[in-house]
Design a protein around this ligand. Structure first.
Ligand SMILES: NC(=O)c1ccc[n+]([C@@H]2O[C@H](COP(=O)([O-])OP(=O)(O)OC[C@H]3O[C@@H](n4cnc5c(N)ncnc54)[C@H](OP(=O)(O)O)[C@@H]3O)[C@@H](O)[C@H]2O)c1
Length: 259
């Protein structure tokens, strides 16, 4: 039976590609972001390619009222959300002492509060129906402190901790919660986060957002608790469990510093 997935941040990058993968598997979609034009173009493309139903919804998810209105709108439209993909997020590169506070606050609003609030809004109906999937986008950044992107790494550590905890609470309910942790990926993220100079991305061949989205989608479908994209990323996240914290954090600082 066709299901409906709501994807935040579907106007570009990984979210855009996740929408394509969900559409390919004939799921109906609610696409959310601030830019409506790319959402509308994607809606036309997916509806004509797969005969699915796609709704677009323009929202700035840093705003609590906007999140509440999105939830209310799905209820008014009679849209039962079977899958929630909390993908919208961004970072900010540079020493914390020099950062723009408004940008840090918005990042926490989006990466942490919006993800938590939307999960809280949509989860009860999934549990009541005894079926549902949540996919929360973290990052390999979730596994260690991140000098030069201190707030971003901390937001992703939150996503990993929160999502693992609710994955445990949800066992036996028919609802699963998956934390997906990509490494650096080609998208608008690097430019929006101002991290083009970082050694983490500079001169490296990054996986495409389409490749990464496919892995995230499969992990969500299997109901995995935590999925890390890529063999080398999996090795790094594993190693980070055993290294002394100071050594680990300073190693990340080296990796993050300008090339
Ligand atoms: N790319 C990477 O290297 C990488 C690695 C690990 C994890 N991730 C995570 O993957 C997720 C997707 O990132 P991406 O790489 O696909 O970046 P992206 O291309 O910049 O996409 C970010 C998406 O979030 C949306 N968004 C940003 N601010 C928003 C707001 N206030 N309200 C609603 N939507 C908002 C953007 O749409 P609008 O601008 O239209 O609102 C866009 O659709 C993020 O959570 C990111 O942290 C990325």
């Amino acid at each position: 039976m066709s299901q409906t997935f709501l994807i935040t941040g579907a106007s570009s990058g990984i979210g855009y590609e996740l929408a394509k993968v969900c559409g390919r598997d004939r799921h109906n979609l609610v696409l959310v972001a601030r830019r409506e034009e790319p959402l509308k173009a994607l809606k036309s493309e997916l509806e004509s390619a797969y005969g699915i139903q796609v709704w677009t919804y323009r929202a700035d998810l840093t705003q609590a009222e906007a999140r509440q209105q999105l939830f209310g709108w799905t209820q008014a439209e009679g849209i039962a959300v079977d899958g929630l993909v909390n993908n919208a997020g961004f970072g900010d590169y540079g020493p914390f002492v020099e950062t723009d506070w408004d940008k840090q606050e918005q990042m926490i609003q989006l990466n942490v509060l919006a993800l938590t609030h939307l999960t809280r809004l949509f989860l009860p109906a999934m549990v009541a129906r005894q079926q549902g999937k949540i996919l929360n986008l973290a990052s390999t950044a979730a596994f260690q402190p991140g000098p030069l992107m201190a707030v971003y790494f901390a937001t992703k550590a939150y996503v990993l901790s929160f999502t693992s905890a609710i994955a445990s609470e949800l066992e036996g309910t028919g609802v699963t919660a998956t934390t997906f942790c990509p490494g650096p990926t080609t998208s608008e993220f690097q430019e929006n986060s101002g991290m083009g100079q970082s050694k983490l991305v500079q001169g490296r061949k990054l996986p495409t957002a389409a490749e990464v989205a496919e892995l995230g989608y499969q992990a969500m479908q299997r109901g995995e608790w935590v999925a890390v994209q890529g063999l080398s990323n999996r090795a790094l996240t594993l190693a980070s469990r055993f290294l002394p914290r100071k050594l680990l954090t300073n190693a990340v600082r080296q990796m993050q510093s300008p090339a």
